[in-house]
Ligand binder design. Structure first.
Ligand code: UDP
Length: 379
C-alpha cells in the first residue's frame, strides 16, 4: 500500500491544533501535507458542533485565554471571539461559592470583608495545619495558599475525583493553575485575552485545512501501518501519545480520561451559569456546562447541558490529561530521549510532549516549531 501518493512533504498524525497549525503554515510555504486522524472529526479536543443554535464543545469546555499577543492575533485571523469571561461557581453539598479563590469566596466562606481579614484567616489556618516551607504536594500547596476550609470544601474532593488519586500524591503545580486573589474578581483566568469563538472552534480548523496542499483522512489510525508511513514520508509530525509511538516499551505513562453526558432541556436557562463545579466526593461528575451561557444566545428555547465525569484511562479510552508527577516525568524523559534519536519524526502537542498544556501553549509551541522548520524561507 502506498500512502505518499502525491509526494507529500509531511505526514501529520493528528488534526488537533498542533498538527493543523503545522499543516496550514507548511501550505502557506508551498509544502504539501497529508493529515491522518483516527477520529471522525478534525480539531482534536477543540472540536465543537452546533445544536439548537448553540455551540457545543464535544470534548469539554475550551475557553481560549492567553497573555501572548502573537498567539491571540494568530487565532483571531481565523475567527471572531465573543469576549466571554469564565466565572465558575462551585457547589459543595448545596452551598455555592465563587471561583477562583477571591474575596467573594472568602466572604462566602468566612464572612470576612477586607483583604486583611482574609489574609489573616488564611495565615491562621496555614499555621494550624503546620505548613511551612516548600509544599511537597497539592494538598500542602493548597492549604498554604488558601487555608484548610477552602481546601476541604472546594479542592480536596474535586481534585481526588478528577485525578483518581490522593491530593497528597499529586504535584503542587496543578492547583497553581487557579488564581488566588484578594480582590472581588471572579475571572477564572489571569490572562489579558480571553473568549470563545462566536461560531465555535470547528470553523478555525476548516479554514486552516482548506488549502489544496492539505489532504485530511479521518478514521485513519497511524498504528495500522506505522512502518509503511515511516518508510514513505520524508518527515512526520506526530501529535499522538509518545509512549504509544514507541509501543510502550519503557512502560505506560499515566493519563486521566473523562467522559461526557449531554442532555437538551426545554429552557433558556437551567443553571444560571456556563460552568458549575461539584466539589463534593459523592457527586460522580466534576462539572456541568450549560453551553448557551458561553454564547449568550439560544434562539430555540432549548438549553444543552453536559456533565463531565472523570475516569481511569486505559488503552481503549482517549487520553485527556497527562499526570505530570515525578514518576511519570522520569518515564517521559526516557521516551523523549528515544524521540530525539528520530531525525525525521517531530513530536508535538499535549500528548506528544506529555505536558498539561493549555490551548494557547500548544499554539505558541506550534508557531515556534514552524519558525525553526522554515528558518531561512521566511523574510
Ligand atoms: N480544582 C479544584 N476545585 C475546583 C476546580 C479546580 O480543586 O473547583 C483543582 C483540580 O485539582 C483541578 C485543578 O484545580 O485539576 C486545575 O483546574 P482547571 O479548572 O484548570 O482544570 P481543567 O479545566 O484543565 O480540567
Amino acid at each position: 500500500m502506498k500512502y505518499n501518493t502525491k509526494d507529500y512533504d509531511y505526514l501529520i498524525v493528528g488534526s488537533g491544533p498542533y498538527g493543523s497549525i503545522f499543516a496550514y503554515e507548511a501550505a502557506k510555504r508551498g509544502k504539501r501535507s497529508l493529515i491522518i486522524e483516527k477520529r471522525q472529526n478534525v480539531g482534536g479536543n477543540m472540536y465543537t458542533h452546533k445544536k439548537h443554535g448553540i455551540n457545543v464543545h464535544d470534548f469539554g469546555a475550551h475557553i481560549f485565554h492567553t497573555d501572548n499577543k502573537e498567539v491571540w492575533d494568530y487565532i483571531n485571523q481565523f475567527t471572531e471571539f465573543n469576549g466571554y469571561i469564565n466565572q465558575v461557581v462551585a457547589n459543595y453539598k448545596g452551598e455555592l461559592y465563587n471561583l477562583p479563590f477571591n474575596m467573594n469566596t472568602f466572604y462566602q466562606m468566612w464572612g470576612v470583608k477586607t483583604p486583611e481579614e482574609a489574609a489573616k484567616k488564611i495565615a491562621e489556618q496555614r499555621e494550624a495545619a503546620g505548613i511551612s516551607g516548600m509544599p511537597k504536594n497539592l494538598e500542602e500547596q493548597a492549604i498554604s495558599l488558601i487555608g484548610t476550609d477552602i481546601y476541604i470544601k472546594l479542592i480536596k474532593d474535586y481534585t481526588e475525583k478528577q485525578w483518581g488519586r490522593k491530593a497528597t500524591e499529586l504535584p503542587s503545580f496543578i492547583i497553581r493553575r487557579l488564581p488566588v486573589r484578594y480582590t472581588f474578581d471572579n475571572n477564572y483566568f489571569n490572562h489579558r485575552y480571553q473568549g470563545v469563538p462566536v461560531d465555535g472552534y470547528s470553523v478555525i480548523f476548516k479554514k486552516m485545512l482548506e488549502s489544496e496542499l492539505i489532504d485530511v483522512k479521518c478514521g485513519n489510525d497511524f498504528f495500522d501501518d506505522k512502518e509503511i508511513y515511516l518508510n514513505e514520508f520524508p518527515k512526520i509530525v506526530y501529535t499522538g501519545m509518545i509512549d504509544s509511538f514507541f509501543d510502550y516499551k519503557f512502560g505506560e505513562l499515566e493519563y486521566r480520561s473523562v467522559r461526557f453526558e449531554s442532555e437538551t432541556i426545554d429552557s433558556n436557562n437551567v443553571q444560571g451559569n456556563a460552568v458549575i463545579n461539584y466539589t463534593d466526593a459523592e457527586t460522580p461528575f466534576t462539572r456541568v456546562m450549560e453551553w448557551r451561557h458561553f454564547d449568550k444566545k439560544s434562539d430555540e428555547g432549548k438549553s444543552v447541558l453536559t456533565k463531565e465525569f472523570p475516569q481511569d484511562w486505559d488503552r481503549s479510552k482517549e487520553a485527556y490529561y497527562p499526570v505530570n508527577d515525578q514518576k511519570n516525568s522520569k518515564l517521559f524523559k526516557l521516551y523523549r530521549l528515544e524521540a530525539d534519536k528520530l531525525k525525521n519524526v517531530h513530536f508535538g502537542g499535549r500528548l506528544g510532549n506529555y505536558q498539561y498544556y493549555d490551548m494557547d501553549q500548544v499554539f505558541g509551541a506550534a508557531l515556534k516549531t514552524i519558525e525553526k522548520e522554515f528558518k531561512g524561507m521566511d523574510k
